[in-house]
Ligand binder design. Sequence first.
Ligand code: DGL
Length: 273
Amino acid sequence: MTSSETSEAAKRSGTVARRILVFDSGVGGLSVAREIRASRRDVDMIYVADDAGFPYGDWEEAALVERIVRLADDLIAAHAPDLFVVACNTASTLVLPHLRHRFAIPFVGTVPAIKPAATTTRSGLISVLATPGTVKRDYTRALIDTYASHLEVTLVGSTRLARLAEAFMAGETVDDGDVLAEIRPCFRRHGARRTDRVVLACTHYPFLLDPFRRLAPWEVEWIDPAPAIARRVGQLLGAAATADAGTGRAVFTSGRPPAAPLARFLAELGLSA
Ligand code: DGL
């Protein structure tokens, strides 16, 4: 038997871990990987940061589709994942149909959590904080039309937050004034009503939640979709095939080694760089 036949046979008999690939433009998808790891320690995880293409928020759409489909081709051929998680709103809102059309494996995407914000808001004012790419997408508009057309929705396209999150994860100090300038437009008043839900529609942003909470002009619910994505991954994978902890690896398309604080964070998730 070849090694791939052996692993297929082992898979059928349920004795090998399931392999998932988690993909983002940078460190943002680690906010999703962390949730998946917390609920599924058995999976073998390959985390891919396309840091050579970062930030995706600035890319022209056709070029970004082409880049991600080409990368997915290479990654699926190299790692043969059972499941591919696109842990990036900027990519998911654009390339999911292309990926699903081209490859037979299941894809789990990350799209702006407008529905939970719309169903829980009490003030009727919600904001969506995302990259400039995500706020422009037809997909995002369609989510608003479907779930929030009766509400006041403020779309905030931040040009700097994903970079600030990268810096923070690399151990750099992030300036409060810079963060506040990016989140400030999310906070709106209409008469006595104020924004009460802010959708974190970029997977980089949950890493800045501490400064967001500290600097917010008033308290809001920040909606991070990562737990829901981890649940969806669990449903698709089915029960754990093994009680052992899975393996983990992080790949950076630039080939640059991660800064020491990021390497430590990766190690905590069981990802060797
Ligand atoms: N983490 C990505 C997202 O969820 C975007 C960051 C970038 O601009 O590359 O949208």
